[in-house]
Design a protein around this ligand. Structure first.
Ligand SMILES: [Zn+2]
Length: 348
């Protein structure tokens, strides 16, 4: 496919530019490989500054990315498979090879993915689109968060707006100094100002750099600990304490098996005493419902269930639930004993 520069007038002097070179640019498209032959032009006047550089055909960038071997269709296909379908890079590479005969390295695919991300990010940050998303919003709530995927790597700082649930922007900072962080917060202020929106609240995990940055750029705007961060910070000690408490409770509530065994032995003995019954079999017959034995076994089952229940996060610590449930069992036992005592007093 031969491509020509459409606007042949020199940008500097207006003379008609001449073809000076051809550049062959092989690319992959989903319909097969193509070769773009770009006819480069430059100004013929050696005295014109336009003589020293060449101009490439305009259409080239409509077919593929600059200096890329991937056509836009392949590029979009990769971005879609990665971000909508969550395919891995090797999976994308294999499918390009198998279905389209496109043999590219994983590096090339990773490069395409990062360019795709940059384009998506640019779209997210487009002021007109942003203004449209915030047309019906009077006030915004901002949060800042530092994400460190791996220890020792740079931290990715992300500023999010919570009423519309949008990521406004993110930047990786190596040093994470208060001055660097403050720049991000200043950028957020510029965004809010450009949108003409009042910032009602900031939320973060309140690390020092966030505190000083928000105080400096947003005087008077409240800055709150967000629940997620708060939980993240208190969860560990709470769950540790909770786990100790569980161990202590489990060590106190013991002997369930012995009680069960005793009840079942008594059942077996009672069954054996009845002539013609299967009392000699090893399996103990289930005690009749409402009998003392059945009640005791039910209590054992309930208590075992309580001791084995490990469900619940920091908001509903399992040990706390265990303590409450065991307390209810105790109250229930006390009620039974009370009834029994009263019965005994009444001569029953
Ligand atoms: Zn010129």
């Amino acid at each position: 496919m031969k491509l020509d520069v459409e606007d042949r007038a020199c940008r500097r002097c207006g003379r008609k530019m001449h073809i000076c070179d051809h550049r062959r640019h092989p690319i992959y498209t989903l319909e097969g490989p193509r070769e773009l032959v770009c006819r480069l032009v430059k100004c013929p006047d050696p005295g014109c500054p336009g003589h020293h550089g060449t101009v490439s055909p305009e259409r080239e960038t409509a077919i593929c990315l600059p200096r890329s071997i991937l056509g836009w269709d392949v590029f979009c296909w990769i971005g879609h498979r990665r971000f909508s379908r969550h395919w891995s890079v090797p999976q994308i590479r294999g499918e390009l090879q198998d279905s389209y005969g496109i043999a590219v390295s994983e590096d090339a695919i990773e490069d395409a993915i990062s360019r795709y991300q940059a384009i998506v990010a640019a779209r997210e940050q487009d002021l007109e689109l942003l203004a449209a998303a915030y047309r019906d919003v009077d006030e915004v709530v901002l949060s800042i968060d530092g994400l460190q995927p791996e220890k020792g790597h740079e931290t990715l700082y992300v500023v999010r707006e919570l009423t519309q649930k949008r990521i406004w922007f993110g930047t990786a900072l190596v040093s994470s100094s208060a001055a660097e962080v403050r720049q991000l917060i200043a950028q957020a202020r510029e965004w809010a100002e450009r949108l003409g929106k009042k910032v009602r609240l900031w939320m973060s995990d309140k690390q020092d750099a966030f505190l000083s940055g928000v105080a400096a750029e947003f005087p008077g705007v409240p800055h709150r600990y967000c629940q997620n961060h708060f939980l993240r910070d208190v969860a560990k000690p709470v769950l540790e304490e909770d786990s100790h408490a569980k161990v202590r409770m489990r060590s106190k509530v013991r002997g369930l098996r012995a009680i069960e065994r005793q009840v079942l032995q008594e059942q077996r003995a009672a069954a054996a005493a009845v002539p013609g019954s299967a009392g000699d079999s090893l399996a103990a017959p289930a005690p009749p419902p409402d009998s003392d034995a059945a009640v005791v076994l039910d209590y054992c089952t309930v208590v075992k269930g309580i001791l084995n229940d490990d469900q619940g996060g920091p908001l509903h610590p399992p040990g706390l639930r265990m303590a409450e449930a065991l307390g209810e069992v105790r109250q229930s036992l006390d009620r039974n004993l009370e009834v029994k005592k009263r019965g005994a007093r009444n001569g029953r």
